[in-house]
Write a protein that binds this ligand. Structure first.
Ligand code: NAD
Ligand code: ZN
Length: 700
């Protein structure tokens, strides 16, 4: 199955356009876009309109969880869309929102438009059993079955990862749906009708749709369901309800949250009901708390998504016993010589020796250093070799004497190891991450015992940067393997193997940028953008982003850049432009281009007296940097960083945790995705195009 290849360019339409569906309208909103859609419903036998919010991170191959929102009486899918102010939070959380209508429209039933609380705009999310409503008013089936199937078919939704919330009649609908269907991760509501069987709205609607037999009402009544079937252990975080204390419908007995609370408490069901002083029943109330509800659902949804992907990978690891101690034959993209395309070959991967681990690579992000070596620009590049050094992998087997790692662990291979031996003065010093333990053999393309684990027909193939992750299996030194949480999908975790971690560390470790400082970043690839992201988190107040490619500016701005500059827009050298904009220069500057004249510009716009300039970019071999010594005499400092100063094995797991708790977003760096090791050449091609940050190739 892994032969299937899919290419997604960042400009490809996010929508998986199927038959029978074209958006009626599309709006750009903060964090994503909103689409109004109409489709023919089988459940209601009418056209149904709904609205979708697609977060920016969603794409054909980055499917996201879905949060359904059910509206209240008289509403359409537009009320929440235009009044709740939910999109920025949903965009940040990487969650898709889907807002269906509240009833069929235009079914042609006599009297359907006569009252606000029955018929059109008041479907109550039930399947009607009474004539004339029963053939069209089947909103329960529509919301629970038909709409999710449609969404998963036509939009980049993670199959089966969904939650639901709603307001008033929609709060009732959300509670009933989530109580009866264990595939919802979480539920919440604003001012829900909690016990419709015993309030005027519910009495009228249920009598009309379901008939006079109250036994038939119970399946659509949250309080009754709680009493008969609660608690509902699949609902993560319990049940969350917000209720305005000044809500006229609370006073008139339509809502009755106390009844649901009592039923829940009797059943030991976790429930949180927040009474909000002075708030009423309107969207003025909802907009104040919608971010809390989205965060509540995002936690549950991402946890379910992570569990599903971990379960899939656990199934992978169960096969490992069969290969342990044996040579594995697998596919690898082999670089036979400089400037030649990689060739997919079947390679032999020997078992790990003492102090080594063999890992199954799940995802690999392409970095410029791989391409640089392949292009023959590194005079020390050794061929034939297996490139690749930004990966997420699972330990398949461990060599003799390896401690702290076990089969099935998720790891990020790190080209800067961390031996932590007591006699290693580098590991012992807080000033550096440059552990030299295996430096010699790593540079010679072999393992610490001087031999390679890769061969084709008995002919050895060189390792690269101690990683060689363009192979389905690779062998690395145990001191190069950072063990990480299994909760973060490996196609994201791989980013911490090089570029993104480097940019973050340059700011946090190498320069220790303080709140309120000014920063300038030259080169807005993944490394430069990570510098901006880190500077923003550190509280930098002004962030200059410089690139010759202006298409990088929107992302830079989104991550926190305050000024975007393109050198070709100015007749003066860019360092003079920046000094002119700041009087004395910028406190911290970063080269993320690898171009030595840019490094000079970065130094020369550093602040008189105390500015620091950090070289991150890797220059072509033989290049030298220069400036007038007076620049240093007047207080500027020139420094550099390798892997952002991170001590790899102790720091990469922490970065992964920061990503899991939502403090660090990395989805934006993955602009391209490919499947199968055969597509590494396509990924290299994408990286050569100007709009690629990271191209991730998934092997399994
Ligand atoms: P990238 O190619 O994606 O980004 C480089 C950016 O620089 C591009 O947007 C390009 O348009 C811009 N640029 C090129 N010339 C420029 C100029 N004269 N002025 C302004 N902008 C210019 O690369 P990346 O993956 O972000 O990596 C950046 C650099 O960091 C590379 O040299 C890479 O090898 C290096 N790197 C270093 C370390 C380390 O440990 N020090 C780790 C990873 C990457
Ligand atoms: Zn790299």
């Amino acid at each position: 199955p892994r032969i299937r290849r899919k290419v997604t360019s960042p400009r490809a339409p996010l929508l998986l356009l199927g038959m029978a569906m074209t958006p009626l309208k599309t709006f750009k909103v903060q964090g994503g876009k909103v689409l109004k859609v109409s489709h023919e419903s089988k459940a209601t036998k009418t056209p149904m309109e709904f609205t979708v919010f697609l977060p920016d991170v969603a794409g054909e191959s980055n499917r996201v969880p879905v949060l359904y929102y059910l509206s209240g009486l008289t509403c359409t899918s537009d009320n929440f869309t235009s009044k709740a102010g939910a999109f920025k939070a949903a965009g940040q959380a990487g969650v898709m929102l889907v807002m269906p209508d509240t009833s069929p429209r235009g079914a042609g039933i006599a009297g359907e438009d006569d009252s606000y609380d029955f018929g059109t705009g008041a479907g109550f999310y039930v399947n009607a059993t009474q004539e004339p409503w029963s053939s069209n008013y089947n909103m329960y089936d529509y919301v629970v079955s038909e709409l999710p199937a449609f969404i998963e078919e036509h939009f980049p939704a993670l199959p089966g990862v969904k939650s639901i919330f709603g307001h008033s009649m929609g709060g009732h609908g959300a509670l009933v749906v989530a109580f009866s269907n264990p595939d919802y991760a979480s539920v919440s509501a604003f001012a829900p009708i909690c016990n419709p069987s015993s309030c005027p709205w519910g009495d009228k609607a249920f009598t009309g749709y379901l008939g006079g037999d109250k036994a038939a009402w119970k399946q659509y009544d949250a309080t009754e369901l709680m009493t008969s079937a609660g608690p509902f252990p699949w609902l993560r975080g319990g049940i969350l309800i917000d209720q305005g204390a000044n809500d006229e419908f609370l006073a008139s007995g339509q809502l009755q949250p106390d009844k649901l609370q009592a039923a829940a408490e009797a059943k030991g069901q976790e429930i949180t009901i927040n009474m909000r002083d002075d708030f009423d029943h309107s969207y003025f109330f909802i907009s104040g708390f919608v971010d809390d509800h989205i965060a509540f659902h995002a936690r549950a949804l991402h946890a379910v998504a992570a569990e599903k992907s971990t379960a899939q990978l656990a199934a992978v690891s169960t096969g490992f016993e069969a290969t342990q101690g044996k040579v594995i034959k697998c596919k690898a993209a082999v670089a036979w010589g400089p400037k030649q395309p990689l060739k997919t070959e079947v390679v032999d991967v020997a078992p790990p020796k003492a102090g080594e681990v063999r890992v199954k690579v799940i995802a690999n992000a392409l970095c410029h250093t791989d391409v640089y070596t392949l292009d023959g620009l590194d005079p020390e590049g050794l061929f034939p070799c297996i490139l690749g050094h930004e990966a997420g992998a699972i330990v398949e087997s461990i060599g003799e004497g390896v401690t702290g790692l076990a089969v099935g662990d998720h790891v990020v291979p790190c080209y800067t190891p961390q031996c932590n031996e007591s006699q290693c003065i580098f590991c012992a010093s807080p000033k550096t991450n440059l552990c030299p333990k295996i430096r010699g053999t790593q540079g010679q393309g072999v393992m610490p015992d001087g031999t390679s684990r890769f061969s084709i027909d008995g002919k050895p193939i060189f390792h690269f940067m101690g990683c060689s992750t363009f192979s389905e299996y690779t062998v690395i030194a145990a001191i190069s393997a950072a063990k990480i949480s299994t909760a973060l999908p490996l196609e994201k975790a791989c980013l911490f193997g090089c570029g993104v971690a480097t940019g973050l560390g340059a700011v946090w470790n190498t320069c220790k940028v303080e709140p309120g400082s000014s920063v300038a970043v030259f080169g807005l690839g993944a490394v430069g953008l990570a510098v901006i992201q880190a500077a923003k988190i550190s509280g930098a107040s002004r962030i200059f982003a410089v690139d010759i490619n202006k298409s990088k500016f929107p992302m830079a701005t989104q991550l926190g850049a305050t000024d975007c500059l393109c050198p070709s827009d100015y007749s003066k050298p860019i360092q003079q432009v920046i000094v002119g904009l700041t009087t004395w220069g910028v406190e911290y500057t970063f080269d993320c281009t690898g171009n030595v004249s840019v490094m000079r510009a970065a130094l020369e716009c550093a602040h008189r007296g105390w500015g620091q300039s950090c070289v991150i970019g890797v220059a072509a071999s033989g290049q030298e940097i220069s400036t007038r010594p007076f620049q240093l005499v007047t207080g500027r400092q020139w420094k550099g960083t390798a892997f952002g100063g991170w001590k790899s094995r102790s720091s990469v797991p922490v970065l992964v945790e920061r990503c899991l708790c939502g403090e660090l977003q990395v989805d934006q760096y993955i602009t391209h995705r490919f499947d199968g090791i055969e597509s590494v050449n396509d990924a290299i091609h994408a990286l050569h195009g100007g709009n690629c940050l990271r191209a991730v190739v998934r092997y399994a």
